[in-house]
Design a protein around this ligand. Structure first.
Ligand code: BGC
Length: 453
């Protein structure tokens, strides 16, 4: 148990039942707004039709290249679909240097094409013609499967010259400039779409794909008659389409103000995209660590943690000098740590402040701070998933999910389920961790697209 002071400090992170219900209602309204042609322009959650209309059957076969750009790493993959729900993946991770994340778009695409060419050479595929699925995890207006206009950059990216451009064209041009590989970009998709497709490949009940990683988003299977923005010719033969909600943008019209804290505002103020992606900034890996860092700083300033440590103000100064030094992975590590040794927590405090031996009491307090921030994030994601579950007409649905926050946090899944159990009472659901969703999903979208032809 922690004392009243630290509880009081964290009170603003604890969502009441009323707040949860109100958030559910606002979230649901926002999704309706996004799907409707007349209100879409005002909606934060743009609910982009993806033009993916078929889930995999499991019998897809063939070799596909996939690119995965959007998180902390960039990956090139060779996916071999073998039918019978089976596949193999060979992949290579490439770093995206910080300067490329904010430098001219053409440099970024040249870098991607270079990595792609190296990969093809290494795998001795120089002469083969290969279809490629491009998982590009940013908000895009899709004009079809192969054309995706970037609406805005999010997370750590801000390359000039790409917004309002077709990223498929930019990639094709970069490949063409090199002239050493013969690759056809046959599909562009979001990582949530990839996650949904890759989970559906293993379990046909999957209808929702969620990412809680560096950024956060979800897509789901919607009835075509409810998706105003889908071109009419895509409604004739098919009943459903995958919708990329881009729910990370929720809150940009003020809907989250009644729950946002001063720490959320500060994280936003110092971000690359001020006033954007406000929901994402309360739940995803790029921001959770810095939120805890700011709370910890306040706790030090108010003398509610490290009370008996003469270096308390020095610790505060260290955190103030580098507010992002509290990494999101620390939250998962601290919440997994064992009482009363707190070996991991003490190691982190040593790294942050050089303090030799933090007391059990202080370790418990830090753990409580992490718990409140992570629990709020999981509750918010649980609200979003419930909204989608209740929209889908199936009684029994699987949610495919991926991302470092979900994957590594010991209690995120349990916190999320607690909320879903309350808000989607009539639904039977399961949550499935996606394996290699972005890459396998890109291959599956490419394969399903070539089947249609
Ligand atoms: C992007 C989404 C993406 C999510 C997870 C967000 O910042 O806007 O398109 O799906 O991050 O990667």
């Amino acid at each position: 148990m922690v004392d009243a002071e630290i509880r009081e400090l964290m009170q603003s992170f604890v969502l009441s039942d009323y707040q949860v219900q109100e958030l559910y209602k606002r979230f649901n309204d926002e999704i309706s707004k996004g799907l409707n042609r007349t209100t879409n322009a005002l909606a934060n959650t743009k609910c982009f039709p993806t033009y993916v209309q078929d889930l995999p059957t499991g019998d897809e076969i063939g070799k596909y290249l996939a690119l995965d750009l959007g998180g902390t790493n960039f990956r090139v993959l060779l996916v071999t679909l073998k039918g019978h729900h089976e596949d193999t993946v060979e992949s290579q991770i490439y770093a995206v240097p910080k300067e490329l994340m904010i430098g001219p778009g053409v440099d970024l695409f040249d870098h991607i094409a270079e990595c792609l060419a190296k990969f093809v050479e290494k795998h001795d595929m120089g002469s083969a013609y290969l279809p490629l699925g491009f998982t590009f995890s940013f908000p895009c207006v899709q004009m079809g499967l192969k054309e995706a206009i970037l609406a805005r950059w999010t997370k750590g990216f801000k390359c000039p010259g790409v917004v309002q451009e077709d990223v498929g064209r930019l990639l094709r041009e970069a490949i063409h400039r090199r002239g050493d590989v013969d690759i056809a970009v046959v599909a562009i998709l979001n990582d949530t779409t990839g996650t949904l497709m890759s989970c559906a490949h293993r379990n046909p009940k999957c209808r929702i794909g969620v990412i809680v990683g560096t950024g956060c988003n979800a897509c789901y299977v919607e009835r075509v008659d409810r998706v105003d923005l889908l071109k009419p010719e895509f409604k004739r033969d098919k009943k459903h389409v995958l919708v990329n909600t881009e729910w990370g943008a929720f809150g940009e019209s003020g809907q989250l103000e009644f729950v946002r804290t001063e720490y959320d505002r500060e994280v936003d103020r110092t971000s690359l995209n001020v006033s954007s992606q406000l929901f994402e900034k309360m739940v995803s890996g790029m921001y959770l660590g810095p939120i805890v860092g700011l709370v910890l700083l306040r706790a030090l300033e108010n003398n509610v943690i490290f009370k008996r440590d003469s270096k308390r103000m020095e610790f505060a100064a260290a955190l103030r000098a580098n507010p992002n030094s509290f990494h999101t992975k620390y939250i998962s590590e601290i919440e997994s740590d064992l009482f009363p040794e707190f070996t991991i927590t003490r190691g982190i405090l040593q790294d942050l402040f050089g303090t030799e031996k933090a007391s059990i009491e202080d370790c418990l307090k830090l753990k409580y701070i992490c718990e409140c921030v992570a629990q709020r994030a999981a509750t918010l994601i649980g609200i979003g998933i419930s909204v989608l579950l209740n929209r889908i007409e199936e009684k029994d649905t699987v949610v495919g999910i991926d991302g470092s926050v979900y994957r590594f946090h010991p209690k995120f899944d349990a916190y999320m389920r607690k909320t879903i159990d309350k808000l989607a009472k009539d639904k039977i659901y399961d949550i499935m961790l996606s394996e290699d969703g972005s890459g396998r999903g890109a291959a599956l979208v490419a394969a399903v697209a070539s089947k249609q032809k």
